[in-house]
Structure formats: structure tokens, C-alpha cells
Design a protein around this ligand. Sequence first.
Ligand code: GLN
Length: 188
Amino acid sequence: MATIGVLAVQGAFIEHEKMLSSLGAECVELRSAEDLKKKPDGLVLPGGESTVQRKLLMETGMYKPIKAWLDEGMPVLATCAGLILLAKDLSNDTRTCFRTLPVTVRRNAYGRQLGSFITEAEVRHIGPMRQNFIRAPYIEKVSPEVEVLSKTNGHVTAVHYKNQLALSFHPEVGHDARLHQAFLNMMP
Ligand code: GLN
């Protein structure tokens, strides 16, 4: 059974834990450097507020060890704010974080009024999926080696690169666990 470390400093981490547990994974909440002593098989970076999460990662001393895990290739599932933390560049902010995913992301890309919506779109290798966007970012530019998995209104909303699966939307909200299963299938 895979053990998944779920960043639990802020945001929608419980929903990820419920979904991963229902698929048979064991979840460990990561709140302090102490929680990183035992290395999990994979990592979840949940939605929330990326600027707050970034600040707490620095303050708790978790930034460096998690960055090292990602550099070593630990599988990661990142949603929304998590995508912002992984992005190499942000087009409308300077506060990048782990920078392991070669994409350029726009924060709050859908504006504040229309920031939250649900749509259905095709996800490569999976099929049509209901997608929940909450003040979401989208991906403006991808490096050639990044696989685009989904698009909405012409904008990239899901990508796969090496062991990193990153999404603008929130599959942990609802009952469709297919992307979480795809993430668990990435475990060594
Ligand atoms: N707007 C948030 C940010 O910039 C992300 C929103 C989310 O994670 N639902 O961090």
C-alpha cells in the first residue's frame, strides 16, 4: 500500500485524503518538518491559497526537504494552488516556489467574478470529466516535453511531466477518483 504525504498547512487537503484512502492509500499529513522524517512514496499539494502555503512552507522548514524530494522525482499530484507551487514561472506574480514543472502559470486567471465554475472536458487517457474550478489558475505556456492532458476554452488546465501531475481544477471535490488513481499508478 502506498503512503502519500499530503501538505496540510492550509487549504483543501482533507478531500484529497478521503479520496486517496478510498483507493487504499495511506495518507500522512505534513504540517511541520518533523512530519517529513519518514519519506512517503508520493506527495499531494492541495488547493488553497498558494501565497499562504508558500509562506508556511518556508516558516515550518518544510520547503527544502520537499524540494529535495521533488528534485529526486517523487511522484506528486498538485491541484490549483499546488500547480502554482510547482510552476517554473508565473506570468502575473513573482512568488514562485518549487519550480520543478516547466510551465508558465497565470494565477486567478479567470478573474474574480467568473473565478469559479464547473465544466466538462476531455482528459487524455481518462475520458470526459466534470471539472470544478475555484478561483483557478491556468497554464499559459508549456515546455515541449510537457504532456497536455486537458484544456478548457483553449487554455491548458492539466499536465503531466515526468512524475508530476498538475491540475487547475479540483478532482478531489466530487466522486470521480480516476485522476487520483492515475496518480497512485505512478508509485514505484
Ligand atoms: N487563487 C488561488 C491562488 O492563487 C488558488 C485557488 C485554489 O487553489 N482553489 O493561490
